[in-house]
Design a protein. Sequence first.
Length: 255
Amino acid sequence: MNCTLFETYPRFLPGTGQPGDGAFRQSPFSPFSPSGSIRASAIILAAGFSSRMGGFKPLMPLPSPEGERPALDILLESYFRIGVHDIVVVSGYRGDEVDARARQAGTLGVRNLRPEDGMFSSVLLGLAHLPERCTHIFIHPVDVPLVRLLSLRCLLVAAEAHPNAVCVPVFDGKSGHPPLLPATPEVIRGLFGYGNGGSLRLALSSLPRVDVPVPDSLMPMDMDTNADYVAMRERARRIDLLSPEEASALMRIGN
């Protein structure tokens, strides 16, 4: 199923205000849908060893309007700017450094003591620390830090129309991160049923799914290798500009 959300785009404006130490910006937006039926939280997966990167992914610097900033900081601010503040950052390797960044941002850092068990073990740990008031959950690996704000916003609006489905962003036929899951007891129990050895892709395959078109070529990009990182740095410098392909996708969605 596809969902067209062109009418939501005028809401994608920068946040204002500077809480805490000024490193992160609050947003006038709420993580609720227009009717108030959605309250989203996010799980940021940052426990991996970054073994193919040659550097530590959560703290790899990327260009931003405020200068060079760690990937984790950029990702957290994206959620703050759309009004999502209930965030669990799951650390593992070099956990003290990641936990410190999470605390500085005012988010909850939890430690995966066995990151070698794989990403899904971090997903389950994050789920165990979500607030009860949460109705939906973004699950977001830290190595996909440049997702556009409009993509996150589109997922929230799609979740209102399809509250019991997994909403997945899609660009040019490619799906990416983050999926937005309903936080119902049935879904949570089902995910835990796979145990630490499960996979997110397999776990989500049994749930209803809505593909949400977004004009966002950044959404499928991750940084597994140094070549990926170099390409991501170049895209980060132009993050406020739509590529021709993104502009074409935006026109198709609008029509």
